[in-house]
Write a protein that binds this ligand. Structure first.
Ligand code: BES
Ligand code: ZN
Ligand code: ZN
Length: 512
């Protein structure tokens, strides 16, 4: 079962005059500079707040905070002053992260509900509605736990209370609550896509095989997404020999899921998203070492991102035609598994020599990329895959690798990256990498040699871009989809990386 909506943070918006919860967090600008409401609270408490600020040398610096307990003259039991630094220097994602750290500060105190005041003052001017929404989004994203398999919930070391006693309800007070509420409804749809992607990546492979993954994707039909699930007999009919050769070693049959969101004009060509959905990657006959293999339950991070994105687009009713496709398979060794040296025919007609059965993601993508182009003639295509360890050698775990045959699309992705903080770094596509994957015995081989592993993997995929003019991007998220550095807005092993990024790309570039 997916985490239930009951686990989501209940975020509402209220005016600055509305009744406040017992716990009150307020944003304070560098200086410190106080918004009118704080000044008012300070007066009512006979200067308690300013005295506390002075005593703690609190300057309103970013990421700093102080707490004032039970201030005389005020109804609030706890006031948390949250430093926001210099608002003029803050970019959009800084506010989202501030929301995440604010959530963490409040929930650590076991407060079930809290008010947060977002108000601009003369010294620190900012768009308070935009900031209120961004901060609320950050809190919403931070509120995530994957503990469904723990029969005893984590105990807090301090007082023995269950961890689930944290913040459940956040009331954000701002000048234009109605406007903020509307903007947040859209943002929370996207955030739900992120949380869904996290759930899928965190889920162990015994619970989430290809069939179960397809079922999770199928559930998007409730949001108006048209979902088709292809089974092995359909997949074989389509001659997806590359995808099937990965699946054949497992007793769990493959699924290919096609998801269509038609929010645009009838005749507009769709944009396409393609995800690697290897529910577990043992490496097959070219087996991986035991140490760390458990992480390969997350080898469907690309597919999780596509499903999360389709959720996001449908939830916020994006005015775009988008199609998502995921190839869900399990890469296992067995008597029926593909051997190194085997040659298979892909749907495109190109033959592939499988030199290493652990380079399986590109085989899955080759066929589903071809199929989606053949069927939908998309105006652009982005594929997402936890494709290579080599991308982590190159970039570490805070950047995903971006390979792109079109500068305009690459710029769009890099710009969206900057807005959402999901960092991408452009990597090369080049003829020299193509040479490295020419095969002696077939059209192409799935191994490029020792150097530039992420680049030869991308070069392999490039051969399956049907029309060379189609703008196409390949994002290798092996480093970022799972076990990436935790952040103020992501406390989870499965990060849900890419959902906000691609949603933003769609909103900025493809919606009319
Ligand atoms: N799923 C892996 C890549 C991966 C590794 C993702 C670590 C996340 C964390 C992929 O299928 C793989 O095994 N790639 C091989 C390719 C090699 C055999 C050419 C790799 O990167 O070692
Ligand atoms: Zn592999
Ligand atoms: Zn893999």
């Amino acid at each position: 079962m997916p985490a239930s909506p009951a686990d989501r943070l209940d975020v509402t918006f209220a005016s600055l005059k509305d009744k406040r919860e017992d716990v009150l967090a307020v944003l304070v600008g560098d200086g410190p500079s106080y918004a009118p409401l704080i000044a008012e609270l300070d007066q009512s408490s006979d200067g308690t707040l300013t005295r506390a600020v002075e005593a703690a040398s609190f300057k309103g610096k970013k990421k700093s905070s102080i707490e004032v307990l039970a201030p005389a003259g005020l109804k609030e039991k706890r006031i948390v002053l949250i430093g926001m630094g210099k608002p003029a220097e803050a970019e959009e994602n800084d506010w989202v992260e501030l929301g995440g750290s604010t959530f963490a500060k409040i929930t650590a105190r076991k407060c079930k509900s809290a008010s947060l005041v977002v108000e601009a003052d003369k010294e620190s001017e900012f768009d308070a509605t935009e900031v209120a929404v961004a901060v609320a989004l950050g809190a919403y994203l931070r509120n995530y736990k994957f503990d469904k398999y723990k029969t005893k919930k984590d105990k807090d070391k301090d007082n023995g209370e269950a961890e689930s006693d944290g913040l459940k309800k956040l009331v954000v007070h701002c000048a234009e609550p109605k406007k903020a509420e509307k903007a947040f409804a859209r943002q929370s749809g996207v955030a739900d896509g992120v949380l869904l992607a996290r759930d899928l990546v965190n889920e162990p492979a015994n619970e989430l095989g290809p069939i179960e993954f397809a079922e999770r994707a199928q559930a998007l039909d409730k949001l108006g997404v048209e979902v088709e699930v292809l089974e092995p007999k359909d997949i074989k009919k389509l001659k997806m020999g590359a995808l099937m050769c990965v699946a054949q070693g497992s007793v769990r049959p493959a699924r290919v899921v096609v998801m269509q969101w038609n929010g645009g004009k009838k005749n507009d060509a769709p944009i396409a998203f393609v995800g690697k959905g290897v529910v577990f990657d043992t490496g097959g006959i070219s087996m991986k070492p035991a140490s760390g293999m458990e992480d390969m339950k997350g080898d469907m991070g690309g597919a999780a991102c596509v499903v999360g994105l389709m959720h996001a687009l449908a939830a916020r009713k994006a005015k775009v035609n988008a199609v998502g496709i995921i190839g869900c398979v399990e890469n296992m060794p067995s008597g029926e598994a593909t051997r190194p040296g085997d040659i298979v025919a892909s749907m495109s007609g190109q033959t592939i020599e499988v030199l290493n059965t652990d380079a399986e993601g590109r085989l899955v993508l080759a066929d589903i990329m071809w199929y989606i182009q053949d069927r939908f003639k998309p105006q652009m295509m982005v594929d997402l895959a936890t494709l290579t360890g080599a991308i982590m050698v190159a970039l570490g775990k805070s950047f995903a690798g971006l390979f792109c045959n079109n500068d305009d699309l690459a710029d769009g992705i890099l710009a969206a990256s900057k807005s959402t903080g999901e960092k991408t770094w452009r990597m090369p596509l080049d003829k020299s990498y193509q040479k490295m994957i020419d095969s002696k015995n077939a059209d192409v081989k799935n191994l490029g040699g020792r150097w530039g592993g992420a680049c030869t993997a991308a070069a392999f995929l490039e051969r399956f871009v049907k029309e060379k003019e189609t703008p196409w991007a390949h994002i290798d998220l092996a480093g970022t989809a799972m076990d990436a550095p935790r952040s103020d807005i992501n406390p989870s092993w499965g990060s849900g990386w890419g959902v906000r990024l691609l949603d933003r790309l769609v909103a900025d570039r493809y919606e009319k």
